[in-house]
Design a protein around this ligand. Sequence first.
Ligand code: PLP
Length: 407
Amino acid sequence: MSPHEHVIPFGTVQGELRLGGMALSRLAARVGSTPFFAYDRALIDERVDLLRRVLPARVQLSYAMKANPMPAVVQHLATRVDRIDVASAGEMQHALDTGMRPERVSFAGPGKTAAELRQAVAAGVLIEAESVTELRRVVAAAEELGAGAAVALRVNPDFAVKGSGMRMGGGPQQFGIDAEEVPAVLAMFGDAVDVHGFHVFAGSQNLDAELIAQAQRRTVELISTLADHLTGPLRYLNLGGGFGIPYTEKDRPLDVHAVGAGLHEIVDGTLAERFPDAAPVIELGRFLVGECGVYVTKVVDRKVSRGKTFLVVDGGMHHQLAASGNFGQAIRRNYPLAVGNRLDEPVGARVSVVGCLCTPLDLLGDDVDLGHAQVDDLVVIFQQGAYGLTASPTAFLGHPAPAEVLV
Ligand SMILES: Cc1ncc(COP(=O)(O)O)c(C=O)c1O
């Protein structure tokens, strides 16, 4: 997708990017400082509406708040999705603050400490146990607190999903309990824990609908087999997610209608036959919020070094680990960029956009056609609603934290 295509969902006002109904320069004045992140609530709503239209009604949508934990964003989504997925006790507190019912909050992630699990048991959230050690800690906390604990087992599947930008299942993994160990683990704990069901999260950032559908079919087959070993009925079936978004010019958007069609087959087939009362959960972070946010940074210098032009901006890799290519990417590719306050001007010569950090890793756009940008112009990086600020080393080099606004 070209940068121009990324402008379309936001729209324009007098040649500027429109955010929350306002021209970008006006919003920048409202925020009062650059750099900043802006998330568009109407676009978030459109995403939820799209998923509600294409996924079977029985599917519960869970927001993986690790993608964007800004309180206003989580609060906004809490009233629109069915569940919130958290990955730490801190995120759990935050999810509970929104008013989401505890049984609709699921707590995944390796390395949950005894203290965190005690908090989770006390809160009454669904704990997605990743190991026998975690299960032992849950049992101990439940005994100590005299409370029941709701548990699901995170399962490391016996298959891997192709096409994931980040693979998190199949082969040896720090995530979950290996599928072949699950029957023995269930037998070991018997009635000591109330196991509601299973969670399989095999990978994220997948843009291939057929591969996602295949993974979902295999996940349901696996869970159906494991469910025979439960002492009670299967009440929780988390099929993971992994729906990707296009970040670079070579990426094509995910065909979410095709994913929906696959899920309809699963719901009307195996689930209707075997588990008519269990609601499947799809757990999504970036697909819900990633395309709804931008990062806005001001040009502070424009300099030429031996024939090459650099736009130096006041933001950088400390807020943009992923866009700078340092978040696990094998090959660095530019995220979509635009001069957000001059969208209707012809694009200029090719330049490099670099951040204000004293490291060559701080590259936000390599050889991009933003040559018309001048000092004080606002460079916008798209696809910044997920894993932007939250996944960046903000303390690196001691610059101030950026503002975040939901508009
Ligand atoms: C368990 C779990 N759920 C959900 C997600 C969210 O993934 P994404 O933002 O790609 O949808 C992740 C990402 O790492 C994860 O580990």
